[in-house]
Write a protein that binds this ligand. Structure first.
Ligand SMILES: Nc1ncnc2c1ncn2[C@@H]1O[C@H](COP(=O)(O)OP(=O)(O)O)[C@@H](O)[C@H]1O
Ligand SMILES: O=P(O)(O)O[C@H]1O[C@H](CO)[C@@H](O[C@H]2O[C@H](CO)[C@@H](O)[C@H](O)[C@H]2O)[C@H](O)[C@H]1O
Length: 450
């Protein structure tokens, strides 16, 4: 590892999933999982990066080859001691190993770490694979399979790993196991364990990868909606169906996972979180300070309203998290929750209105993004978004039986909280888009502006 570490550090710093952007990774190996086929050694390094204020644990599988692998040229990490090191998701030997370990309930052992596959259905055998180019925070591999119930599966490899459940795995798997086709079908999970001196038993156990059905020919709702809005196409039918699909997923989540009544202490906690998020965002986006008192008034009103019971929710629902398929309609993915929120918070029961608010914000984003690139008349785009929002609410209410109007005060607070979160997200990731959530904050604090 000592000779490999500097090569990995240089390469990691350039990857999209590397969090401490601009910093040089300060890596310490916490565990290694070994595997491979004759001639190709695969080592999955669990690397603690101490470059950022809060150390983060990364999963970095590396394939060591004696000869170059021309088809994976762009995935070459470097050459060490005459061996060629590749980002393993691009190497068929690793993909085969990973899929087999999960589907056969196999085990990977190594220095200080191990991993176990937990199959839920047999996906068949890998024939060919490619890394999904749309990846963001994780790495997804699309695999053509033979002998399974679907032609392709997608293996999602979590780059950041932590002790405890990853809601993306738990929720997606739970909904799929309940027989719902509103999420892709689950095929299995890889769970790892590694040393963690911060824990009483000294061991951490967490999700490393998950396999699910790949939906070929699907398109995410953000792109579908953007095209419809740009061409002035009526989207209200699809928006209402989307509302119904979200309500259906909420219903399944409430059936499969525990629900809890919302107590006054829960309300106080939820509002305190909104306030602390505002304070954190205002540090980086001072323009929020202009509205500080009005925002606080919206949150204060919510403390006096009635809140629905809590249940597991998606947690970061927006149009980009929904896929349109001709065969199944809307299918929801990526239950990992908001990336800027601590994992412990994302794994608790929450108010389902948080997801409704997230989707309402997304319709506004469609109008905002068209408005800012000048490709659409601002008033036409915002009328399109308003119609989409209304239809979504109607569809959600129709399926869930919940009268959202009777929860308006709480829904307003969640929508404002989401817009505040978005200002921080945009300031950090896409400063050119910051105007969209900032305009929303100004609008949402104006009484009766919706
Ligand atoms: N089961 C699937 N079928 C088809 N495409 C998928 C599937 N899962 C994810 N995708 C595609 O991969 C993209 C990223 O997936 P996502 O789970 O959101 O990963 P990340 O957590 O890295 O953002 C999605 O926007 C979608 O286009
Ligand atoms: O998809 P992720 O889990 O990575 O979510 C993060 O990134 C999203 C952007 O990709 C961001 O969503 C915001 O922008 C969307 C348009 O690109 C818009 O539809 C959403 O409504 C808006 O919140 C999301 O907030 C962030 O957590």
């Amino acid at each position: 590892m000592s000779v490999v570490a500097p090569v990995l550090a240089q390469w990691m710093a350039r990857q999209r999933w590397y969090q401490a952007k601009g910093a040089e990774p300060a890596l310490r190996i916490v565990g290694t999982l070994d595997g491979g086929t004759p001639g190709v050694r695969v080592a999955t390094f669990l690397l603690l990066d101490e470059a950022a204020a809060e150390p983060l644990l990364y999963q970095v599988p590396v394939a060591f080859r004696a000869q170059p692998l021309p088809e994976a040229q762009s995935a070459l990490i470097g050459e060490v001691d005459g061996r060629y090191l590749y980002d393993a998701p691009h190497d068929p030997a690793y993909v085969d190993l990973l899929l087999r370990t999960i589907s056969e309930g196999g085990r990977l052992e190594g220095a200080d770490a191990s991993a176990t596959g937990h199959p839920s259905a047999d996906p068949g055998t890998a024939v060919s694979s490619h890394v999904f180019s749309g990846e963001q925070s994780n790495t997804s591999i699309v695999v053509e399979v033979d002998g399974g119930p679907v032609p392709q599966v997608i293996v999602k490899l979590f780059r950041l790993v932590h002790h405890g459940e990853n809601p993306d795995v738990t929720l997606q798997t739970g909904i799929s196991a309940a027989g719902s086709d509103r999420v892709p079908r689950s095929f299995g999970v890889l769970t790892g364990s590694w040393p963690d001196p911060g824990r009483a038993d000294g061991v951490a156990v967490g999700h490393l990868a998950a396999v699910q059905e790949f939906l070929p020919g699907s398109e995410d709702a953000w792109r579908v909606a953007l095209r419809a809005a740009a061409s002035g196409e009526d989207f209200t039918g699809r928006a209402a169906e989307l509302g119904e699909a979200v309500a259906e997923v909420h219903e399944t989540l409430a059936d499969v996972f525990p629900t809890v009544p919302t107590t006054p202490a829960d309300i106080a906690d939820a509002v305190a979180l909104m306030r602390s998020r505002l304070a954190m965002a205002a540090n980086e986006v001072p323009a929020l300070l202009e509205h500080r008192e009005e925002i606080d008034a919206v949150y204060e009103r919510a403390t006096r309203a009635e809140w629905p019971a809590q249940q597991r929710v998606h947690g970061d629902l927006h149009l980009g998290q929904v896929l349109w398929t001709d065969a199944r309609g809307w299918v929801i993915i990526d239950f990992e929750g908001e990336p800027l929120r601590p994992m412990s918070e994302r794994s608790r029961p929450d108010i389902a209105l948080r997801d409704v608010a997230g989707m309402l914000r997304s319709f506004d984003y469609v109008a905002g993004s068209l408005g800012q690139d000048g490709s659409s008349d601002a008033s036409v785009a915002s009328a399109w978004a308003a119609a989409g929002r209304d239809a979504f609410i109607t569809g959600y209410g129709r399926r869930s039986g919940v009268d959202l109007a009777s929860h308006q005060v709480v829904l307003d607070a969640f929508e404002l909280d989401k817009a505040v979160y978005e200002t921080l997200y945009e300031a950090r990731n896409r400063p050119a888009w910051l105007g969209i959530p900032l305009a929303a904050v100004a609008r949402l604090v104006t009484p009766n502006a919706g």
